[in-house]
Design a protein around this ligand. Structure first.
Ligand SMILES: C[S@@+](CC[C@H](N)C(=O)[O-])C[C@H]1O[C@@H](n2cnc3c(N)ncnc32)[C@H](O)[C@@H]1O
Length: 242
């Protein structure tokens, strides 16, 4: 299903990635692979041959992701308020569902120190490549860990102030205008049911504040009422204070 596509200019990089991810290396597209990672002049890309989406390429230096971070201000970002960045601008946060790193890096750009944790090796490869190329000042405040967050939270000794959870949720899928990044995440991961397990792992840690992003009408994870919720047009942040 997944493969690395080697092009003549980037053969060594492609070969190293194929070895690292234990994926087959091809010089042209083959019938039984639907997702290809390949290098181009601007870094690593993912293409899904069965989706009419164009390649997924993460870039914090130019384009939409960069502009999103440039525009961000603590006073205007509900997520910044939900995690408490307006009260503690130096907080240490674990983004346990990193995805494309948009929200974790947004919080880092606003001053937080952020550990991103992501279990999909494909997403990790794309995100690590974008972070390696990133020239923003906040880059030094971000670490990326490739593992399952339930395991990570059970063993880490890091003194996080906040754990942030944004598990995949179904609500993304019925929207016509789901962004390309989210369509890729859904195609790669499919529906995931581990929101309750992630919240249990967060509760079992010593962290004082847990923030969960949920679709507006969805039940609370673990059916547990939060201390308060910040409600936006399409989703809400459930905030648990302990
Ligand atoms: C909706 S996306 C998160 C998007 C992210 N907030 C952003 O701004 O890019 C959910 C991500 O969490 C990851 N994920 C889900 N469960 C996980 C777990 N138990 N450990 C680590 N990552 C997990 C999925 O692989 C997916 O990439």
């Amino acid at each position: 299903m997944y493969a690395i596509l080697s092009t003549s200019n980037f053969h060594n990089q492609a070969q190293a990635l194929a070895q690292k991810l234990s994926l087959p290396l091809h010089t042209e597209k083959v019938k039984d692979a639907t997702f290809y990672l390949y290098y181009s002049d601007d870094g690593l890309n993912l293409i899904a041959t069965h989706l009419n989406l164009g390649p997924l390429h993460l870039d914090f230096n130019h384009g939409a992701l960069h502009q999103r971070l440039q525009r961000a201000a603590i006073s205007k970002e509900p997520l910044a308020r939900a995690v408490g960045l307006h009260k503690n601008p130096n907080l240490y946060l674990c983004d346990a569902t990193a995805g494309i790193g948009r929200e974790g890096c947004l919080l880092a750009s606003l001053g937080a120190r952020v550990t991103l944790v992501e279990r999909s090796p494909i997403m990790v490869a794309l995100l690590q490549d974008a972070l390696n190329r990133c020239n923003a000042v906040w880059r030094d405040r971000v670490d990326l860990i490739a593992t399952d967050s339930c395991d990570f939270l059970a063993t880490t000794k890091e003194p996080f102030d906040v754990i942030y959870l944004d598990p995949m949720f179904e609500a993304h899928s019925h929207k016509a205008q789901v962004k390309k990044e989210m369509q890729y995440l859904q195609a790669l991961m499919g529906p995931q049911e581990d929101g309750d397990a992630l919240l249990t792992a967060a509760f079992n840690s010593k962290v004082k504040r847990i923030v969960v992003k949920r679709p507006l009408k969805a039940r609370c994870l673990l059916d547990k009422k939060p201390s308060f919720a910040l409600t936006l047009a399409a989703y809400r942040f459930d905030v648990y204070l302990r």
